[in-house]
Design a binder for this molecule. Sequence first.
Ligand code: AHG
Ligand code: MN
Ligand code: MN
Length: 338
Amino acid sequence: MPYRRVTLSQFMMEEQHRCGGSGVLTSLLTDISVICKMISHEVNCGALLGNLGMEETKNIHGEKQKKLDVLSNKIFMHIVTKSKNYAALASEELENIHVINDSVSQYLLLFDPLDGSSNIDINNAVGSIFSILRLPNDTNCSTLVAFLQPGINQVAAGYAIYGSSTMLVLTTGNGVNGFTLDQNIGIFGLTHPNMQISKDANEFAINASRSRFWEPPIKRYIDEALSGIDGPRSKDFNMRWVASMVAEVHRILCRSGIFMYPVDTKNIYHGGKLRLMYEVNPMAFIVEQAGGLAITGYERILDLKPKSLHQRIGVILGSKNEVEILYRYHKEYDRMHN
Ligand code: AHG
Ligand code: MN
Ligand code: MN
């Protein structure tokens, strides 16, 4: 890494001085960066460390766990439990919240230890997602209520992507910055300062195998996009589907676009597919901090008051003008049918 590059630690110290902070946020994010380096190593070595394949167990969502889902969750828990920087944590892989240190720390950590884990065995990109909340005054962190805060309350959020390089992308509510891991020296360097999502886009990501279950506003948007330059949108669109939300959001931060995992007639019973508190909220915070937008179709994601820790939700996020078109299509449909 060139010596002139700003490291993640230097960046966090600068932010801390700028905000007149006490250094707590720096400690919280240092934990995250250590965790991501450790997971990156395990993902990278893959079969060499015997890390591919399934466990016998299922998680709270009834999904079969991969070895790396379980291992990544253990790494998060180990580092955070030892450092005692967080009061309590919640994970995609744990049914209940886990209290660590409710007498000193004022912060709560929520995470998806490994996102897109169907990609592990085929050596495609996976990631980790995290969200940090402040413990509300007069709330005991050992209660679930402390966690059920709208996404707008997030103090910081981000993701690590374990792709052709490992990156940590994060926001503390003051824009989005991306850091690339130099594997040789184990240091993240600032490579993507002030990441921005352009307002317009012509690339969408949706699991098209579910098209027969889509609601009419989604069908309308995709049909119009597919009709290209001769259709009502008067432009050609491209399509991608990585099956890892981290990889999709990262692509959108790098070259714009839109990602959708909407509520459809098949997943409506569960409220959608993706989990609000540790997948969708942190990504919505990142996307909005980069100038994009994140909605369910009818509502802004960051304003939602969560109902439960593992609540699922429909999500449409990315380039603002495209997301606003989808918002309008939902409104128009609603008006015609209600
Ligand atoms: P996870 O691996 O944490 O369970 O999350 C996978 C999620 C998300 O990252 C991705 O966009 C989506 O599930 C993929 O869903 P399909 O299997 O329908 O493609
Ligand atoms: Mn996930
Ligand atoms: Mn996961």
